[in-house]
Design a protein around this ligand. Structure first.
Ligand code: NAI
Ligand code: COI
Ligand code: MG
Length: 325
């Protein structure tokens, strides 16, 4: 179903009603990244990105899980020194349907001096903080039991409330160690010592930014999948990256973040654990064989394009299927 730029071109709106309705009736949704130069200059501010925000809101998928794991195969692709990168395995739990991207008070206006202003507002209600905090505590409990809540509670009221509510919930999770960190420090600590993190919970905009940063620990933004879930209804699965318009159409994109998003879809959305594992194994085997798209390339590896990388993953999935028969 069309969403984003494709939908704008076809229908004049970035999320047609029919797309949302079909999505809601589906078991799970896989989203290709949206956006591009064609629509950036749109004077009416009708953006493909609005369609994605509307889709997330329409599906009620408030919890965005973004795992960042440094695979042994990609240790030389990480921007970090080997000893810092080795063993990094963290999960960013990003609030996805609230905060500054959704603040109702937004727009363009003039200030008292007649200067043009653009403004947005960050609003969080307790129910929004509580439900994402619960997902984060539950996630941390199933991982290594460490939860770091990232905010800017030294400056922002929305963050002050965030910190208060997350702290209150900690008493329900005595087995989870809760810490708090300001986002500027978190951005630095992710590079200095990423292994200190297990699960990170944070608001919409901080999670957006920190997960792009975390992707470079793993080697490339082309490696990071995500799952967005709500209380009920289908989940939304998508790579964390955008449409990469600077390399579009050149067969250079790394397809693995999307492929791994399909694995997350199978695992969390359809409870097809075995099929998810087959895809994950295929990705690992393809990397083991030395295939690398340009974003991951390091000395001694085999440079391939997007298409060939995809074909190699498919071959590996097929060979696992044959082995299972
Ligand atoms: N969820 C989504 O659909 C998102 C959409 N966007 C949209 O995408 C467009 C481009 O945004 P950017 O800020 O440039 O972010 P981007 O994530 O598309 O690209 C950032 C950089 O990473 C590279 N990159 C991204 N994905 C890659 C992949 N799979 N393989 C290899 N390299 C990859 C790109 O070539 C570029 O140099 C914009 O219109 C933006 O709004 C941005 C982020 C998320
Ligand atoms: C439309 C944007 C909020 C998309 C984005 O950058 C993301 O979700 O990571
Ligand atoms: Mg982003």
């Amino acid at each position: 179903m069309p969403v984003g730029g494709a939908a704008l071109d076809l229908t004049g709106v970035p999320l047609p009603e029919e797309t949302l309705s079909v999505a809601k009736q589906s078991d799970a949704i896989l989203l290709g990244a949206i956006g591009g130069y064609t629509w950036d200059a749109n004077e009416k501010h009708l953006k493909p990105e609005t369609g994605l925000l509307q889709l997330r809101e329409g599906l009620g998928v408030f919890a965005n899980l973004r795992p960042a794991t440094v695979l042994p195969q990609l240790i030389d692709s990480s921007t970090l020194k080997r000893e810092v990168a080795q063993g990094v395995d963290l999960m960013v739990v990003r609030e996805l349907t609230g905060g500054i991207y959704f603040g109702k008070q937004r727009g363009f206006a003039k200030n008292e001096n007649g200067d043009e202003i653009g403004f947005n507002t960050e609003v969080y209600a307790t129910y929004e903080i509580d439900r994402i905090a619960r997902v984060a505590f539950e996630t941390a409990r199933k991982r290594r039991g460490k939860l770091c809540s990232v905010d800017k509670a030294n400056v922002l009221e929305a963050s002050m409330l965030w910190r208060k509510r997350v702290t209150m919930m900690a008493s329900e999770y005595p087995d989870v160690e809760l810490t708090h960190m300001y986002v500027d420090n978190a951005a630095m600590q992710l590079i200095r010592d990423p292994k200190q993190f297990d699960t990170i919970v944070t608001n919409n905009i901080f999670g957006d930014i920190l997960s792009d940063e975390a992707s470079m620990l793993t080697g490339s933004i082309g490696m990071l999948p995500s799952a967005s879930i709500g209380d009920s209804g289908p989940g939304l699965y998508e790579p964390i990256h955008g449409s990469a318009p600077d390399i579009a159409g050149q067969d250079k994109g790394n397809p693995l973040a999307t492929v791994l998003s399909v694995a997350m879809l199978l695992k969390y959305g359809l409870q097809e654990e075995a099929a998810a594992k087959r895809i994950e194994n295929a990705v690992l085997e393809t990397l083991d064989k030395g295939f690398r798209t340009g974003d991951l390339f390091s000395m001694g590896m085999r440079l391939v394009g997007c298409k060939e990388m995809g074909e190699e993953v498919l071959k590996s999935i097929d060979s696992q299927r044959l082995a299972a028969v």
